[in-house]
Design a protein. Sequence first.
Length: 471
Amino acid sequence: MQESGEIRFYLFDTIQLKAGERMNIQIPGDVGDLLNRLDANGFEAYAVGGCVRDSLLGLSPHDWDIATSALPEETERVFADRRVLETGLKHGTVTVLCGKIPVEVTTFRVDGAYSDGRHPDGVRFTESLKEDLSRRDFTVNAMAYRPETGLVDCFGGLNDLESRTIRCVGNPDLRYREDGLRILRAMRFASVLSFSLERETAESAVRNKALIDRIAAERIREEFVRLLCGPSAADILRKYRDIIAQFIPEIKPSFGFDQHNPHHSYDVWEHILSCVDAVEAEPVLRLTMFFHDIGKPYCFSQSPDGTGHFYGHPAKSAELTEQILTRLRFDKKTAGMVLALVRSHDLPLSPEERCLRKRLNRLGEKNLRLLLQVEEADAKSKSLLSNEYLETLRQVPGALDRVLEEGQCFRLSSLAVNGNDLIDAGIPKGDSVGKALAILLDAVVDGKCGNTKQELLEYIRKKGGTGWTSS
């Protein structure tokens, strides 16, 4: 076993993770040039953090970060011929642009106190890579690498990668008190990488969950969405539901709420988790499944035979969802799509053309296709009684394609008449024209009238008793 604080060096560019499986750390050429130039000027320089972790896992890093013994002003001198941005000078960070790749280069440092529970009040520069790594959040993010030296692993990060474990560097309580967002980051990493939280790391996260109250809504939103879209989202939500309830307290009543309904095999919370697991890992879909039944406990009633009912729960779920999305500062486009799907998630769908035209009129093609995925995930997460509806849903995509390919009318812009046509037919200008167009669209969507100019004008003439037409 590795002793606490021991520096482990792994030479060359391959790391043994599992028997018979070797992974390379391949540093992009531009990033390698930065490391080489710092080294040529007498400074230590390593790739650090997530780029090392992801490389060891065989993933493509999104960002490359460098830690160096060079002070910020020394880094700027070394790269005087490149564009250098002073993005975090107070904390020792400059960003060097390598073509299109921005690389953060940060001086080895030790953080000061975190009085705001999010950022260090100040930093102290150090010449020790080990000290720099010791301030980082999790062991899998506290490794450094350069080709000449190999992997530097002071805190057992490689072992934790092998065992698929998220573990705080040092004391978890201290790490979380420094930055409460680390609680959600731990959960997000576990969800996205399908890892587990080490016992003390997990217990401390639950114990310190109130620290999340100090975190900006935007940062909570970002971590929550990424967590939701991980392959192990349902498992992490299940294990750490009390942490989720810290910033979404509206979800609490669903925990263990018995539905008392033969169409449901799960309580409300477990049904939500099953739905999250059953839908594509796309933010709008995962958010919709998380929120679609959040209003159920608020709408519960029972018939004399004990069967549970949730009348009006889509509207109540949408009401609660809107409050939550606003509080977490979601953008209007995402919020609008999620709310439309939550409100509509109980709308019956069928391959019948009239039904599809009505749904297209209400939702549009994009949201209707999303709703189809929502309802399929919902049905899969109920009891066997929903199997018949699942079979119906599977016939919808083909029928929807046919409706669209045939150009069937489901919106005003597709009507064979316009406002001028109606005015020419004798309908007075103003609101009457809009009302008449709406009636015609409803008639076409319902199949009561064909979408030709002659049929539409004849249909509206028959409404002459409304006073819209002049005879």
